[in-house]
Ligand binder design. Structure first.
Ligand SMILES: C[S@@+](CC[C@H](N)C(=O)[O-])C[C@H]1O[C@@H](n2cnc3c(N)ncnc32)[C@H](O)[C@@H]1O
Length: 251
């Protein structure tokens, strides 16, 4: 298999996108290690729970199409495959370095079901109403224009298809806010640096969380961009959240 980097260099939406893309390209080789160390392997459980919320068994086909957006090193794509082995999964990300770092996971049947593709969340190279499910773990917090990215997600989903977002939303409760604040300023950047050699990226993490919506506000935004049946589930005392929603029938 050729590597994604050699195939495509993607021009991002704006300067923020270029910075984020460069940051993930840089930390890609140590990214999975950092996730496991920082979450004490809890991220694996969070992804598994979020994948269940795709509810693809109810989508009316044996072979659903799923876009794993901001797929990074494709841990979620692989988790989606394990839960729904017949699904055709596009793993989309604008960091070719992240996709390349996860390529070793695509061996055997999993490699036949997951197609890594370099793409920007603001202009998805995916046909209208072509996806039965859209999954995005720890991605939407990074996009430059959340409204545009959300409209793109609505565009590519079939009516009735589910959007599942796993994310660190801005904490609402005092306990989660305190835990995020302390961990984000101390232990997490240190672990991130040990795992990847890059401190800047892991200083960006708490800033991006505190600059983002809380889960309720994000759920309202989905309602304004073509979704209904919004469901919000806190994980581990609100450290992370699953927000899922159904694509409304536009007609
Ligand atoms: C924190 S990582 C999450 C990766 C993976 N989903 C996971 O759960 O480990 C965020 C990913 O989003 C990607 N990303 C951020 N903004 C993006 C955009 N505008 N378009 C496509 N990918 C983007 C980054 O390159 C990075 O791989």
């Amino acid at each position: 298999m050729s590597d994604v980097h050699a195939e495509t260099e993607l021009v991002t939406h704006d300067a923020h996108g270029t910075t984020v893309q460069g940051m993930f390209d840089r930390i890609a080789p140590g990214y999975d290690r950092a996730n496991r160390w920082m979450s004490l392997w809890t991220d694996v459980r969070w992804r598994r729970r979020a994948v269940e919320a795709l509810a693809l068994s109810d989508c009316g086909t044996e072979q659903p199409n799923v876009l794993d957006l901001c797929a990074g090193t494709m841990d979620s794509s692989v988790a989606i495959h394990h839960k729904y082995p017949q699904a055709s999964i596009i793993a989309g990300d604008f960091s070719a370095g992240m996709l390349d770092a996860g390529r070793h996971k695509l061996v055997g049947p999993v490699g036949e079901r997951i197609e890594p593709r370099v793409m920007d969340a603001h202009a998805l190279p995916v046909a209208d109403a072509s996806q039965h499910g859209l999954f995005c773990a720890f991605g939407v917090r990074n996009v430059s224009d959340l409204a545009l990215a959300t409209s793109e997600q609505a565009r590519v989903l079939k009516p009735g298809g589910r959007l599942v977002i796993l994310e660190f939303f801005r904490p609402a409760g005092l306990l989660a806010r305190g835990a995020h604040g302390v961990l984000g300023a101390t232990i997490l950047p240190a672990i991130g640096w040990l795992a990847t050699g890059d401190m800047t990226a892991y200083r960006y993490l708490p800033k991006s969380i505190h600059g983002f919506n809380d889960a309720e506000t994000y759920g309202e935004l989905l309602g304004d961009h073509g979704f209904d049946d919004v469901q919000i589930t806190p994980l581990t005392l609100g450290l992370a959240w699953i927000v899922s929603a159904r694509r409304r029938d536009p007609s």
